[in-house]
Ligand binder design. Structure first.
Ligand code: IMP
Length: 192
């Protein structure tokens, strides 16, 4: 079965491909579909943005598709950056700008608890399904590691001493927000 993953993020594609390896499911990227536009994420929730992205591609191409959206929720910042994680430091910023803004906002804060929350919206044969994944952890104050993307260099998942940017992809994929949501998606697709 071929299914479009509505993303142009190569890290996310790599994670999803690793997760669906060994199944009959083949992931098609937006690039392979010939679609290079940005889909605007205008919803105020993670679920809402995953739905917008999946519906956009379904309406345009009438294909089986899934899209994900992720937010980093920091306890001492009342859940920020949350749904604004990709533009925390402003529009058209780099991952590094967002990390620096986060570290600035958290300066002096003792409570470093945070979690990543991912929602995946799947549209299969025209029907919509939502899957979730969460990982709890802590924000450290000096970035560590060069793997991964986004806030990975400052996020240490519970039970580990290394950041997501230091841990091997197999481990991140097993315990992460997106890894768990992809696992739900995988089980669902295998059953259906
Ligand atoms: P997106 O809208 O799902 O791409 O996610 C919003 C932002 O969350 C991204 O720009 C990244 O900064 C961050 N993010 C998403 N997934 C991850 C991850 O697996 N690790 C670290 N940061 C992530």
């Amino acid at each position: 079965m071929k299914i479009v993953f509505a993303t142009n993020n190569k890290h996310k594609l790599e994670e999803a491909q690793a997760k669906l390896k060994g199944t009959e499911i083949e992931i098609i990227s937006l690039e392979e579909l010939g679609f290079n536009e940005e889909i605007e994420e205008t919803a105020e929730t993670i679920d809402g943005n995953a739905i917008i992205k999946a519906e956009y591609i379904f309406d345009k191409f009438n294909v089986n598709v899934f899209a994900d959206d992720t937010g980093l929720e920091v306890e001492s910042l009342n859940g920020a950056p949350g749904v604004y994680s990709s533009r925390y430091a402003g529009e058209h910023v780099t991952y590094e700008d967002n990390v620096n803004k986060l570290l600035k906002e958290m300066r002096g804060k003792e409570n470093r608890n945070a979690r990543f929350l991912t929602a995946i919206c799947l549209i299969l044969n025209g029907e919509k399904h939502i899957f979730h994944g969460i990982v709890n952890g802590k924000i450290i104050d000096v970035p560590q590691g060069i793997g991964g993307f986004g806030y990975d260099p400052v996020f240490v998942p519970d039970g580990y001493t290394e950041t997501f940017a230091e841990l091997p992809l197999e481990i991140k994929n097993k315990i992460s927000h997106r890894g768990k949501a992809l696992e739900e998606l995988r089980s669902f697709l295998i059953k259906n």
